[in-house]
Design a protein around this ligand. Structure first.
Ligand code: C2E
Ligand code: CA
Ligand code: CA
Length: 429
């Protein structure tokens, strides 16, 4: 195997000798789950398979160079007629990969052999840069489970650069604590009373404008810093509750979102508790939301976290309930305080609505027997509130009552209406 520098040198040399017209592309590829080949067939046959790749690729006419650079990773260089389109490049790769894999699947039937491949065009004769890009594309293909190779086009590179820029901006905002939270009321649908609120993070840009979570949550989840954001929001919530308590103002229980990564840390619950104690917040004023998806993916850890939080006296809610495929497991095996029905329960499709009616009624009965509260998210219209009310879902969080609003606005609404919204809907749906 060659070092990176030696490989780049070799490619430059080959290309000089090749001395032809055409576009140069770099391909970086590896096997999906190569470990399985070694496991099923032994190291020797694994190595044989890797050698077969090099041999096969070498025999493809447009390939000028092919090396195994590391483990089961290959880089090869192709000089193709100029102006070949992206689609042509991908389908040509596809053809060769398919032929090779179908030949090999006869020899290694116990493994579902699959390549992950990234491709990048060489621009300005910069081989190293193209290798980096092709490698990034390969990792992207692996991460997304792409069915075919990924070709890094100008457009994709631009998108990636923008994403990196945004990540830098978000990380700067996090370091400078330029995040706030909005509150969205949770309302008792029978009385109109605000019974609590959810804290929802907002980023402040340098000009003081607020930016919604879809701009920053996925990036923070990906790079792991969501933990810091969650704790920042949680601490801000505690600070605000403390100052209201000190001033003798009314407070409502506030729920805070916890992302997946918290479930992996055994100290999450005690850290949460320490912060609440630091601000002297009674546990009944705090609730923690874990999404159904997180719970089902991290079942054992999530269960532990939920039990610990409840042990300290905090409420725990299941967010986005009913959006996944194994929602009953949650009812059967977990203790929690609040079930937040996903907004998909409010579909306007008549057939789905008929089924949702039956499901919500049944969950409402379960909630009485298993002793949890039921709240539905995303009600935007009076008829949706009426629908939920008639089915016995007692609480609603949705634009119908209020969007998430800045703190001051939330407590103004609360004060003006004495904590109560008018309930104009009644009668039939
Ligand atoms: P979520 O936890 O499911 O929060 C509810 C989202 O639904 C909020 O979006 C809210 O504005 C929106 N929503 C509420 N009622 C309605 C309605 O009637 N119609 C419609 N169309 N939307 C409604 P938002 O504030 O944009 O937050 C999006 C997601 O970002 C949240 O979904 C949550 O998953 C995540 N998020 C927000 N803040 C935090 C945070 O501090 N930590 C973590 N880990 N995630 C957060
Ligand atoms: Ca939530
Ligand atoms: Ca939700």
């Amino acid at each position: 195997m060659l070092s990176n520098e030696a490989f780049v040198e070799k490619v430059c040399c080959e290309l000089r000798q090749h001395n032809g017209d055409g576009d140069v592309c770099i391909y970086c590829a590896d096997f999906m789950n190569f470990k399985l080949v070694n496991y099923n067939y032994g190291i020797e046959r694994g190595t044989k398979l890797l050698n077969s790749v090099v041999e096969y690729v070498h025999n493809i006419p447009e390939v000028v160079c092919c090396e195994r650079i590391f483990s089961d990773q290959f880089v090869f260089v192709v000089v193709m007629p100029a102006k070949r389109t992206d689609a042509q490049i991908l389908s040509s790769y596809e053809r060769f990969a398919k032929a090779f894999l179908s030949e090999m699947s006869d020899q290694y039937p116990a493994c579902n052999l699959k390549f992950c491949c990234g491709i990048a065009r060489v621009a300005d004769e910069n081989i190293s840069e193209a290798i980096d890009l092709a490698n990034m594309a390969r990792m992207e293909a692996k991460k997304t489970g792409a069915k075919t190779a990924i070709l890094f086009t100008e457009e994709k590179i631009k998108m990636l650069a923008e994403r990196q820029e945004r990540e830098k901006e978000i990380m700067r905002a996090l370091a400078e604590k330029r995040f706030i939270f909005y509150l969205q009321p949770k309302v008792n649908v029978n009385t109109g009373r605000i019974v609590g609120a959810e804290a929802l993070a907002r980023r402040m840009d340098e000009d003081g404008r607020t930016i919604s979570p879809d701009n920053f949550i996925p990036i923070l989840e990906e790079n792991g810093s969501i933990i810091d954001l969650d704790f920042l929001i949680y601490e801000l919530v505690c600070k605000n509750l403390q100052s209201r308590i000190k001033e003798g103002l009314q407070c409502v229980p506030v729920s805070v979102n916890l992302s997946r990564l918290h479930t992996w840390n055994l100290r999450t619950a005690s850290r949460i508790h320490q912060i609440a104690q630091k601000y002297k917040i009674p546990p009944k004023l705090l609730e923690f939301e874990l999404t159904e998806g997180v719970i089902l993916n991290e079942f054992k850890n999530a269960k532990q976290l939920m039990n610990k939080l409840r042990g300290y006296g905090y409420s725990v809610s299941i967010d986005d309930y009913g959006s996944g495929y194994n929602s009953i497991k949650i009812l059967r095996e977990l203790d929690f305080d609040v079930l937040k029905l996903d907004r998909s329960f409010l579909s306007d499709d008549m057939e789905i609505k008929r089924r949702n009616t039956a499901i919500i009624e049944a969950i409402e009965q379960i909630s009485e027997k298993l002793d949890f509260y039921l709240i539905c998210e995303g009600a935007e219209r009076a008829d949706q509130c009426q629908f939920l009310k008639e089915l016995g879902c007692q609480y609603i969080q949705g634009y119908y009552f209020s969007k998430p609003v800045p703190l001051e606005e939330f407590y103004n609404i609360y004060k003006q209406n004495q904590g109560t919204f008018p309930i104009p809907f009644n009668g039939t749906i």
